[in-house]
Write a protein that binds this ligand. Structure first.
Ligand code: ZN
Length: 172
């Protein structure tokens, strides 16, 4: 397994609709394993293939405390409810976060790493991650829901200092 470089905004591969995986062969399995290692190394809750420069319908998700989920050729078959997910971020745009309108619950189907059909009824962070990663497979980024990168909040990783830094930025 290897940690792959993460592609960042505005690289064009992040804006392309990805292609379906035809066959889950050894090279696809290796890609999945590398994506999982890259996601853990970042660390992040999810990673989509375009974020490592591969335009295929594959994503991996790891909600803390749950098992790693691999989705090949995934499809959301049901969305229920509405909510705003506060402070959503993306490994392809480090240093920013934003509040994103999402569904409350989603049902997703796809194939796992072994090519077996899987279906998940997701809510909370898992549902948010599924919507976020599947958007990547269609060339969509979370700030598309908000407006532009200019509408995002700079994120330092130190929540308590956000206000002070915001004030400092504002006075410049
Ligand atoms: Zn992302």
């Amino acid at each position: 397994m290897a940690v792959l470089p993460i592609v960042r905004v505005p690289q064009p591969v992040l804006r392309v609709k990805t292609k379906k995986v035809r066959k889950i062969d050894a090279s696809i399995k290796k890609l999945i394993d590398d994506m999982i290692e890259t996601m853990h190394d970042a660390p992040g809750v999810g990673l989509a293939a375009p974020q490592v420069g591969v335009s295929l319908r594959i994503c991996v998700i790891h909600v803390p405390g749950d098992d790693v989920v691999t989705l090949v050729n995934p499809e959301i078959v049901r969305r229920t409810g509405e909510r705003v997910c506060p402070g959503e971020g993306c490994l392809s745009l480090p240093g920013y976060k934003g509040d994103v309108p999402r569904a409350e619950k989603v049902v997703v189907k796809g194939l796992n790493r072994e090519g077996r059909p899987v279906r998940y009824h997701a809510e909370e962070l898992f549902a948010e991650a599924i919507e976020h990663e599947l958007d990547h497979l269609d060339g969509k980024l979370y700030f598309d829901y908000i407006g532009s990168i200019d509408d995002l909040t700079p994120y330092t990783g130190h929540e308590a200092e956000d206000e002070e830094e915001g004030a400092a930025l504002g006075s410049e």
